[in-house]
Design a binder for this molecule. Structure first.
Ligand code: FPP
Ligand code: MG
Length: 326
């Protein structure tokens, strides 16, 4: 059995409770709203963020049901962000299903994202208004939006540096993954060292996750990904592998790279050129090695936590984030 399946099995009851919360908390009495909302809420996915909330809570000694509410909250923020991201990226498929804007148009997609946010706020208020979760998730959502705005603003900038890109992904992806860990930890402990350890763990796997996401866009097929392959390339999006390839290739290749990143270039030609660059400069290996570096730092951060099955699962999860194929 894969390590990811083992982790899911270890917390199967918790994940069932999270699914129930997700369904129950997003139901709408209006049937079309309900259909559109459930289309994305039920739409599969790895449930990485809920898993992180539950494991972070457990490793800090908490076993109660508030972890399920917070796990549902972070997943809903994630789903809302993907719904909006697919509008921005004009993506057709997500989690193996048609995206909302393909099925019902941009208006429905934007509004369903907003609806999910409203539900998140309502779920948080129904807990305790003075809970740190409120502030953490407000900051997180703001940073995600900032990350996406900067990425969109920089989309035509061929000179974006690796450091600038790492900052963007730490915002758009890392913040919510880190918040998932911090929120889980808060349920079980007030110990600053433990809280910081789990936040650092989340930030590090968040960066690893997005670097691997960027690589998979070039290396995996659409069926496995549950979304279109070469999506970033066709949008002319500069991601970690391209930024690296650009930093090591020669001037002529750099010019061609800039040309093939133009969405008007013939798709087959663009893919063939980028694949040849990947081969020549070992781009995939370089990126996965960088991602593994982040995963290793994540695992190292866990050293201050008790050596329990939950900590072991978090360690395995860090490696899974790099080894995954979808
Ligand atoms: C996927 O990136 C998108 C994100 C990680 C963040 C999206 C954030 C927003 C749209 C800001 C708004 C936030 C909220 C909470 C509504 P990707 O395009 O690299 O990955 P993909 O290949 O899975 O689409
Ligand atoms: Mg996208």
């Amino acid at each position: 059995m894969s390590s990811f399946k083992q982790i899911v099995e270890l917390i199967a009851d918790d994940l069932t409770a999270v699914e129930a919360k997700l369904t129950e908390q997003t139901a709408s009495e209006y049937s079309f709203v309900d259909m559109a909302v459930q289309h994305v809420v039920e739409g599969g996915g790895k449930r990485l963020r809920p898993i992180l909330v539950v494991l972070s809570a457990k490793v800090c000694g908490y076993e109660g049901s508030d972890a399920h509410t917070l796990a549902a909250v972070v997943e809903l923020i994630h789903v809302a962000s993907l719904v909006h991201d697919d509008v921005l990226d004009e993506a057709a498929i997500r989690r193996g299903r048609e995206t909302l804007q393909t099925k019902w148009g941009n208006k429905v997609a934007v509004l369903v994202g907003d609806y999910l946010h409203a539900r998140v706020l309502s779920m948080l208020v129904a807990r305790r208004a003075d809970d740190p979760a409120m502030a953490i998730l407000a900051d997180t959502t703001q940073a995600m939006c900032e990350g996406e705005v900067i990425h969109a603003y920089k989309s035509g900038d061929f000179d974006i540096s690796e450091n600038e890109y790492l900052k963007i992904i730490s915002f758009k992806t890392g913040k919510l993954i880190a918040a998932s860990c911090t929120l889980g930890a808060h349920l079980g402990t007030t110990d600053k060292q433990q809280l910081e350890a789990l936040t650092t763990y989340g930030q590090q796997i968040g960066t690893a996750f997005q670097i691997v996401d960027d690589v998979l866009d070039f290396t995996e097929d659409a069926d496995k990904l549950g979304k279109n392959a070469f999506g970033d390339l066709r949008e002319g999006k500069l991601t970690f592998p391209i930024i690296y390839a650009r930093s090591v290739c020669n001037d002529a290749e750099k010019q061609t790279l800039e040309k093939v990143l133009n969405p008007n270039t013939d798709e087959a030609e663009a893919i063939a050129f980028v694949e040849s660059l990947f081969q020549q400069y070992g781009v995939e290996t370089h990126c996965l090695k960088a991602a593994q570096g982040y995963a290793n730092r994540a695992k190292a951060a866990l050293a201050v936590l008790p050596a329990t099955p939950a900590r072991r699962a978090l360690e395995q999860l860090a490696d899974y984030v790099v080894a995954r194929e979808s």
